[in-house]
Design a protein around this ligand. Structure first.
Ligand code: NAD
Ligand code: GLY
Length: 360
């Protein structure tokens, strides 16, 4: 059975298909939406070694003409140089406006392929086939695409929506447990920002998710994607409530940038960032200390880090100042009201608010 969610964006609307062992339906699904027959399946050696054949067999059986392009694996390659490799291959193989791209992999591949699709020949269609939990619940949905610049993460990019997202939770069987846990941090984020009942469900089903029980994974992925779709429908370009999705990200990004990209998994840094945000919320009376304790316990039960790494306050503040979320020196923080709802709070003095949490 395939679960379906629509991201409603007028004539750019698309479906998210979710199921177990559904990779082999990709060709027929793309046929149904009239996707171009000439396609590039863009991945890396690891993911394409695991799933490239199933994807290409399915495409060939449905009459598509796939070219496989493999990029180097890792956040450190999410840059303009790697993007150029994609353009080189597409141009060498005479890809034109009547062709399309397929992103097969985690968030790194998805973000790069999305940006390549947005820019190659001023835009060709693309689809997301996310194979990490983080990509399935977050990065493949909503159309944020980007590459990193040496001075900051995701600084060069575009909003560009895919034509389809196909999520096969069975691909998570080959994912390292640490990556699964990191993806679960983003799933927990959805509970905190939008759905108290879902948060309680996660508390009850944490081990089923870690053990990759498909029914539990499908429930978690579906609810996460629905929440994201609802938010993107209202605010595609992050003028207002899409910022809710950044809960825990201000501190999380600061940790990632101070530790050096790749040291911490994105979801691990977000886990600590969410605790910091919740502590600030508690200090302002927006949530209770019991809410912070619940969040901390759930993250801990998933073996996610809960302690802030020991960098000087000035370094944290400097890292946060460089964040895309800072406008004219003012940071907009996402703070939780209890569990299940959040609000935006403007913070002119990052140093003061953060020092109250860092100092015991
Ligand atoms: P990733 O893409 O680096 O994948 C993690 C590792 O898992 C890689 O080595 C990858 O090759 C491997 N892998 C992927 N699928 C696998 C599978 N099924 N089995 C075994 N190994 C597999 O990391 P990620 O956590 O998926 O994505 C992180 C990226 O996503 C960051 O660059 C972040 O900026 C971006 N992101 C984007 C958005 C967005 O809205 N666009 C949101 C959140 C994060
Ligand atoms: N991951 C945050 C967003 O898509 O807006």
């Amino acid at each position: 059975m395939i679960e379906k969610i629509t991201v409603p964006l007028g004539n750019r609307s698309y479906q998210i298909l979710i199921g177990a062992d559904i990779l082999g339906t990709l060709g027929s699904q793309l046929g149904e939406i009239g996707f171009p027959r000439r396609v590039a399946v863009i991945s890396n050696d690891l993911v394409s070694g695991l799933y490239g054949k199933a994807v290409c067999d399915s495409l060939l059986a449905a009459g598509f003409n796939p070219l496989e392009i493999n990029l180097p694996d890792g956040e450190q390659y999410k840059n303009l140089q790697t993007l150029e490799q994609i353009y080189d291959e597409l141009i060498r193989h005479n890809f034109d406006r009547g062709s399309g791209l397929i992103a097969l992999g985690g968030g790194v591949i998805g973000d790069m392929v999305g940006f390549a699709a947005a820019t190659f020949l001023r835009g060709v269609p693309f689809v997301q086939v996310p194979t990490t939990l983080l990509a399935q619940v977050d990065s493949s949905v909503g159309g944020k695409t980007a590459v990193n610049h040496p001075l900051g993460k995701n600084l060069i990019g575009a909003f560009y929506q895919p034509k389809l997202v196909l999520i096969d939770v069975a691909t998570l069987n080959t994912l390292e447990l640490r990556e699964v846990n990191a993806g679960l941090a983003e799933v927990i984020k959805y509970g905190v920002i939008r759905d108290q009942e879902f948060f309680s469900w996660l508390e009850a089903n944490a081990s089923a998710l870690q053990n990759r029980q498909f029914a539990a994974l499908i429930t978690a992925v579906k609810r996460s994607c629905q929440i994201k779709a609802d938010i993107v429908e209202v605010d595609e370009k992050e003028g207002s409530i899409r910022a809710f999705l950044n809960f825990g990200h201000t501190f999380g990004h600061a940790i990632e940038s101070l530790a050096g990209y790749g040291e911490w998994k994105h979801g691990e840094a977000i886990a600590v960032g969410m605790i910091v945000a919740a502590k600030i919320s508690a200090s302002r009376g927006l949530c209770r200390s019991e809410d912070v304790a619940r969040l901390t316990a759930l993250l801990k039960s998933l073996e996610l880090p809960i302690e802030l790494p020991d960098y000087p306050l000035e370094d944290y503040v400097a890292a946060m100042q460089r964040d895309k979320k800072v406008k004219q020196g003012t940071l907009t923080l996402v703070l939780n009201r209890g569990i299940g709802s959040v609000q935006l709070v403007k913070v002119p003095d990052i140093s003061t608010i953060f020092s109250s949490i860092l100092t015991p």
